[in-house]
Every structure is written in C-alpha cells, then in structure tokens.
Write a protein that binds this ligand. Structure first.
Ligand code: NAD
Length: 378
C-alpha cells in the first residue's frame, strides 16, 4: 500500500475552514481506494507568526522538506499589524519563500465550468459551447520576470530607460513542455502551445522545442497559436481548448483570463510542480516516482467571509485532487473527487459565491455542508 506524506498548511482567514473540508474528502477517498495518507498539519502565515514568530516557521519548512507534497490553504491578512515589514509578512516570507525553496517551475490551473453553473460565467451561453474545461500550464521560473539584465537606467533630464529581458533556454522549454504533454495525455489529448513566434526570438525557439518534444507524444494533437489570438479565442470559443502551454508572462495573463470563465474564485484549484525528487521522509512503500508539488486554491484568505462557514471549499478540495493526480499518479482517485464535486453541484448545493436565487432546485449551503455533500458523493 502506498504511503503519501503530505504537509497540510491551512494558513489564515478561510484557510483552516476549507482545509478541514479538503482533508475530510481526502480521508473518504483514502478509505474507498485503499492508499495511505500521512497528513501532518503545521502553521504558516499569520498563524505561523502567532505560533512561532515567523510566517514560515523552521519546523514547518522542515516538515515540507520531508513531505512528498504540500497542500496549502492561503496566507495574508491585510489588516494585521502594519508595523511588520513587507519581507516578513506572509505573502513574501511564506508563499514566495516556498515557491523558491522547492524550484516550482510549472504552474497548472484547470478551469472547469460545470453545466449547472453556466449562469455564473461572464460569457453568453452560446459561447460556452459544449462546456469550458481548460488546463493552463504556465512556466513559472523563466522568461521576462527573471531574465537579466533587469534594471532602470537614468538617462538624465528626467528620462529613464527600463529594461526587462526575456530569456529561455532549450532545457527550460523542454521540461515545461513535457509537463504539458503528460497533462494532455491525462485529458482530451490536445495541446495548444502559445507563443509570439512572429515577433520574438523566444517565440521561435519555444515553437521549435515544443514541436520537437511533441514527437515523444504521438497521441497528443499539438497546435500553435499566437498569444494575441489566444487571448481573443478564449472569450470567443473557449471550448476549443484542452491544454494551453504558455511561457511565464503569457501564462500569467491568460490563466487569469481563463479563470474568469470559471465563475468563482472559490472553484479554482492550482498546482505548482517541481522536478521529481526523493523526499527525506520516503519509505519503501511509497510510489516509485513522485513529483514534488504545491497545491493551493487560486483565491486568497477572503477575510470578509472568514470564520462564518460561508467560504466555498471546492477550490481547496479540487487542489487535493490535483495532488493525487500530479504528485502521486492516482488518476482514478483524483477523478472520483472531481466527479463528486460535479455531483454535489448537480444536486443543487451552492455556497454563497455560486448561488443564484433564480435557479430552481438550488439551495444555499455552508462550507461544512458542501464538504459533507462532496465526501458523501465520493
Ligand atoms: P481573496 O481571493 O482573498 O478575496 C477576493 C474575493 O473573493 C472576496 O470577496 C472573497 O470573499 C472571495 N473569495 C475568495 N475565495 C473564496 C472562496 N473560497 N469562497 C467564496 N468566496 C471567495 O483576495 P483579496 O481579498 O485580495 O486578498 C485577501 C488576502 O489574501 C490578502 O492578504 C492577500 O495578500 C491574500 N492572498 C493570498 C493568496 C495565497 O495565499 N496564495 C492569494 C491571493 C491573495
């Protein structure tokens, strides 16, 4: 039996409430399918500052290092102690630190609009086609956000010159392309690679390398699209996309555009993956290949609704499903959770963010009740 070591870091605001529901659903799935989850909870964010004086306490970081995956809630409370400097506040001291520490180079953001929630999508129904079900795979550690030189020069006379540099190497493109092709194999086997090969040197290299990597995945249909057209196609005909592969900045923009089609922040999970690695806590019974991953909802701590049983736990629950699929290769188990979410929605369960009073058969449910409905459906 597989033993999977998971660090569960709930964080602040709605984090603990939605994490509780995600763990509940994971435990039911564990029982049903017969794998073993070793879930250890630890404080992070303001909870870390309160418990150990640091947004990412040493013990929490040590736990992450010996885990196979991190299931993360969210951190940050804008109204807490303004005297604490930016570098020590949770968003930087915990979140950015973890992303850097674990070399997370691939960001995966699935956007799925359940048919029953068509009303919560900003696009007209006829534009939604057969349904929106897109996975944006974004390169996270290269491109314009990190390329050197990166500076602002004083030209004198009140004028400046700002320089950002877009840089990609063949290996950086290869590794993210492999992630995207493998993800496409688990879905509808269609990959659209986004670039700007008509203008950028980076785009030409990107297209060449992705095409070459694609030869290893003959079962996946690959096409290429310029980023400006992709931005337009996402709102004109989103159903045409399965997996979209993007470099860092294009992915930053397109993943938010795609997210808006999903109806609510409370529905959107995400995964950030590193290279396959051997964890310090590994046991003989763990699976042969695990990919270290960091799994979190797309939204934040939602202080406006925290502690009131109002938050939608689905983003956190689906982040748990992504963890089973991408870190542990448990595809059927992940699909069972995703299908259970779909069933709970079909049955009419709605947290406030997805509730429409004009919808017949829908009823308002709390965080806990939504978690119960999903756990029951697993
Ligand atoms: P937010 O995502 O927390 O909230 C934006 C809006 O979406 C709010 O109205 C909130 O109620 C709603 N919302 C978010 N998640 C929801 C859910 N699961 N169910 C129902 N409604 C939900 O963004 P914000 O208000 O800009 O940020 C609040 C704090 O969260 C800030 O300190 C910010 O830095 C932090 N933050 C953290 C992360 C992270 O940890 N990854 C991400 C984003 C924001």
């Amino acid at each position: 039996m597989k033993t999977l070591n998971i660090a569960a870091l709930a964080g602040d605001g709605i984090g603990p409430e939605v994490m509780r529901e995600a763990v509940k659903v994971l435990r039911v799935t564990e029982k049903k399918f017969g794998f073993t989850l070793n879930i250890t909870e630890a404080p992070v964010g303001w909870a870390g500052i309160d418990a150990a004086g640091k947004a990412l306490p040493d013990a929490t970081l040590a736990l992450c290092k010996k885990s196979d995956a991190i299931l993360f809630g969210s951190v940050g409370l804008p109204d807490r102690d303004p005297t604490i400097p930016k570098e020590e506040r949770p968003e930087r001291a915990a979140l950015l630190r973890i992303r850097k520490e674990f070399g997370l180079f691939a960001n995966l953001r699935p956007v799925k609009l359940p048919k029953a929630l068509a009303h919560s999508c900003p696009l007209a129904k006829e534009r939604q086609g057969d349904g929106i079900d897109i996975l944006v795979v974004r390169e996270l550690t290269g491109g314009m956000y990190f390329g050197q030189p990166k500076k602002t020069e004083d030209l004198g006379g009140g004028n400046f010159r700002a320089i950002d540099t877009m840089v990609y190497t063949t290996p950086e493109i290869e590794r993210i392309a492999h992630v995207a092709f493998k993800a496409a194999q688990l879905r509808r086997k269609k990959l659209t690679s986004i670039d700007k090969a008509n203008v950028l040197e980076n785009g030409i290299l990107w297209r060449e390398v992705v095409t070459r990597v694609g030869k290893n995945y003959p079962d996946v249909t690959l096409d290429h699209m310029f980023v400006d057209n992709a931005a337009m196609q996402l709102v004109l005909k989103p159903a045409q996309f399965d997996v979209m592969l993007c470099e860092n900045m294009f992915g930053d923009i397109l993943s938010d555009e795609a997210a808006a089609l999903g109806g609510s922040l409370g529905m959107l999970p995400s995964a950030s993956l590193g290279l396959p690695r051997k964890s310090e806590g590994s046991t003989e019974s763990r699976p042969t290949e695990t990919v270290f991953g960091f799994y979190e909802p797309a939204g934040g701590t939602a202080p406006d609704i925290a502690g009131k049983n109002l938050a939608n736990p689905i983003a956190q629950i689906l982040s748990g499903a992504l963890m089973l699929r991408y870190s542990f290769g448990l595809n059927d188990e992940a699909a069972a959770i995703e299908n259970a979410v779909a069933k709970a929605i079909e049955e009419g369960n709605r947290t406030g963010d997805i509730f429409n009073p004009n919808e017949t058969g829908a009823r308002k449910t709390g965080t806990r009740e939504m978690g119960d409905a999903i756990a029951a459906a697993v």
